[in-house]
Design a protein around this ligand. Structure first.
Ligand code: 13P
Length: 253
């Protein structure tokens, strides 16, 4: 058996000035310095990454970007490459967040290219998937999740290799920023489905090692019951990660 270390990740989205971001990281670092057994990660906006890297210092907080381009460099005005975020100090990158998919028209095919580029660079991708309310209500949740996995991880499937360090995040779109969390049973049902998909698709052992995070209105008062489920290995937290007072209690679940 492999042990999957819990991971609590904060996605700051398009929030916080450099000053506020640094204050937040200081607050998080102070709030977690006496605990072990849980990995902590933050994904700040690009412009704050270098300052956050410095502020993290020696405390054990992983740093992620919220997106990247799949090419290493070139004429892509307004874009940032994996190599650039790595140079700025990131070890992880969130890919395929539902806001990227819905608002910026990112397809699973593009996300697949980004996942591949991240893997080539040794950046750990946090690949997001999740169904909309309409899809859930019409009984299509598992079809949507399967298709997103098949397409967003196409290169891994072709290579018959999913690096066990890869992180997946199940974020039902209807639960993001709405205050409506999936019930622990609803989340576990999909997490179990995802783990089973990994088990069937990749070599034995991979499914036991890949961490699957839940995201969507995670708060201090619902984290423990989510984490009690066998296939929920952590959380990707949006709103509640923007204040140390709300994020630290989630980490300390
Ligand atoms: P909320 O926690 O604000 O619902 O956001 C979840 C999310 O999108 C994390 O990536």
């Amino acid at each position: 058996m492999f042990e999957r270390r819990p991971l609590i990740a904060g996605n700051w989205k398009m929030n916080l000035s450099i000053k506020d971001a640094v204050a937040l990281i200081d607050g998080i670092a102070a709030g977690i310095n006496d605990i072990e057994g849980v990995d902590v990660l933050v994904a700040p906006p690009f412009t704050t990454i270098a300052s956050i890297r410095k502020a993290i210092g020696n405390s054990k907080i992983f740093l992620a970007a919220q997106n990247m381009h799949n090419e290493m460099s070139g004429a892509f005005t307004g874009e940032v490459s994996g190599r650039m975020i790595q140079e700025a100090g990131c070890t992880h990158v969130i890919l395929g967040h539902s806001e990227r998919r819905a608002l910026f028209h990112e397809t699973s095919q593009v996300i697949d290219l980004k996942v591949k580029a991240a893997a080539v660079l040794g950046l750990i991708p946090i690949v997001c998937i999740g169904e909309t309310l309409e899809e859930r209500e019409s009984g299509k949740t598992f079809d949507v999740i399967r298709q997103q996995l098949d397409e967003s991880l196409m290169n891994f499937i072709v290579d018959q290799l999913m690096l066990p360090s890869t992180i997946l995040a199940y974020e039902p779109v209807w639960a993001i920023g709405t205050g409506k969390t999936a019930t622990p049973d609803q989340a576990q049902e999909v997490h179990g489905f995802i783990r089973n998909w990994i088990e069937k698709t990749f070599k034995t052992g991979t499914a036991n090692q890949v961490r699957i995070l839940y995201g969507g209105s995670v708060k201090a008062d619902n984290i423990a019951e989510l984490m009690a489920k066998p296939d929920i290995d952590g959380a990707l937290v949006g709103g509640a990660s923007l204040k140390a007072e709300s994020f630290v209690p989630i980490i300390r679940f």
